[in-house]
Design a protein around this ligand. Structure first.
Ligand code: CA
Length: 122
């Protein structure tokens, strides 16, 4: 939460600096991202400015941070899932030969005792 405040105070400082600069030689706006106050959206962050007014408001920043947090959580969950799948497939591959051997031995034993019982019955 303190990070949010830091972001807002930072943009405020930038605004004050731009305002002070505008008193001297005012730089002309170089596109739609600069508004009447000369306040420019940080380059590459235009998608955060959802209402397109050239500002990143507290709400928009909160939304952006929420999305980022969700993105990180999703990436974390994906890595966990991949790790689980890798372990599962590893143990599957390692235990498969033992399962085959156990099944074949059980088959041989069953056939032997089956044959014994059959010959005894005769
Ligand atoms: Ca905005």
């Amino acid at each position: 939460m303190t990070e949010d405040k830091a972001e807002v105070s930072m943009t405020r400082k930038e605004y004050d600096a731009l305002k002070a600069k505008a008193a001297g030689d005012a730089p002309a706006g170089d596109g739609p991202t600069v508004d009447s106050r000369g306040f420019k959206t940080v380059e590459g962050m235009e998608d955060i400015d959802t209402n397109g007014d050239g500002h990143i408001s507290k709400g928009e920043m909160d939304m952006h941070l929420e999305f980022k947090r969700k993105e990180l959580e999703d990436a974390d969950a994906m890595r966990d899932a991949q790790r689980k799948m890798a372990w599962f497939s590893l143990f599957g591959m390692l235990l498969y030969p033992f399962a085959v051997v156990i099944a074949s031995v059980a088959g041989i034993v069953a056939a032997f005792f089956g044959a014994q019982a059959f010959s005894k019955g005769k």
